[in-house]
Write a protein that binds this ligand. Structure first.
Ligand SMILES: [Zn+2]
Length: 301
């Protein structure tokens, strides 16, 4: 059984608090691990969450503010110290290359692992694998910021009663799947489309086209809600979202499970984010992220 879950390593914007580490998130998707926005302290949060350097195949950085990237230095050195046996690919805004270089080579260490740098300079597909297509979309923040989205290709679900009605059983099912037809019965007649799962990671942005494009039809959407709605002017000024804005975008996009995170330390009651998200009309499953929480990708419908 393949595991698809989102592991929350940290949830604080700008500065860590007593209860919230800087950002950091690990998406486990089948056999792969994608680390998003490792802020300061991510290496230790991974230990606490039961995640190892070996679990990382890909690193995606939305932008080069410290709460989204200061952990790169530690995580990259740990990947090398542990001699992770597979190559690792890093995506980050191309305009922040000098920051990535500095963090990658912040101090002396022995490089043992192939770390491929694949900077993002425009919207589009970054990787095409059997279990997902990874895409980036530009966001709107004072420094260049990209959100990321995983889309699993659609598959087909065989329908046992239709197979039985046509007398197809045993190895013939596999033949029909491979060949598309068997004895005049087509695959379409005995199966239906199984929609691929979708996940998006949207950090540090005002409302913009990128937010809506990334969120569209997501099974699981992780999105920043730095501010509460009463501070909407501050949010716009600093290039962030409020709980209500994030939730409304998710509702419009048909998101099934919404995870709000990246909270400003100015607020003390996380329940207020939940209240505002509900008041904005989001009716799906809702999680106000806490450090070390694990969120499964929702089961297929
Ligand atoms: Zn941030």
């Amino acid at each position: 059984m393949s595991v698809r879950e989102f592991v929350v390593l940290g949830t604080a914007s700008q500065v860590p608090t007593r209860h919230r580490n800087h950002n950091g998130y690990l998406l486990r998707w089948d056999g792969e691990g994608i680390l998003f926005d490792p802020g300061e302290g991510t290496q230790r949060q991974m230990l606490r969450a039961g995640a190892a350097a070996h679990d990382i195949n890909r690193i995606c950085v939305t932008h080069f503010h410290g709460d989204h990237s200061l952990g790169l230095a530690g995580v990259i050195q740990r990947i090398n110290l542990d001699r992770v046996p597979h190559p690792v690919t890093a995506h980050f805004p191309a305009s922040g290359r000098r920051f990535f270089d500095r963090l990658r080579y912040a101090t002396a260490y022995r490089e043992t692992v192939r770390l491929a740098e694949e900077p993002v300079a425009a919207d589009g597909v970054l990787a095409d694998t059997p279990s997902y297509v990874l895409e980036a979309r530009k966001l709107s923040h004072p420094v260049e910021s990209y959100g990321y989205r995983l889309v699993e290709p659609d598959g087909r679900r065989m329908l046992p009663e239709k197979l039985a009605a046509h007398g197809i059983a045993g190895p013939d099912v596999g033949r029909l799947q491979r060949e598309g037809a068997l004895n005049g019965v087509t695959l379409d007649e005995v199966s239906e489309v199984r929609r691929g799962q979708r996940f998006a990671f949207v950090m540090d942005t005002r409302l913009c086209d990128g937010v809506h494009a990334l969120a569209a039809g997501c099974d699981l959407l992780v999105i920043e809600s730095t501010f509460l709605d009463e501070d909407v002017r501050l949010a716009k000024e600093h290039g962030h979202l409020t709980a209500g804005q994030a939730a409304r975008a998710a509702a419009d996009a048909g998101v099934r499970h919404l995870v709000l995170t990246h909270f400003s330390q100015r607020y003390s009651d996380p329940l207020e984010f939940e209240r505002q998200a509900r008041a904005a009309g989001f009716e799906g499953e809702l999680t106000i992220a806490r450090d070390l929480m694990r969120v499964p990708v929702p089961k297929r419908t």
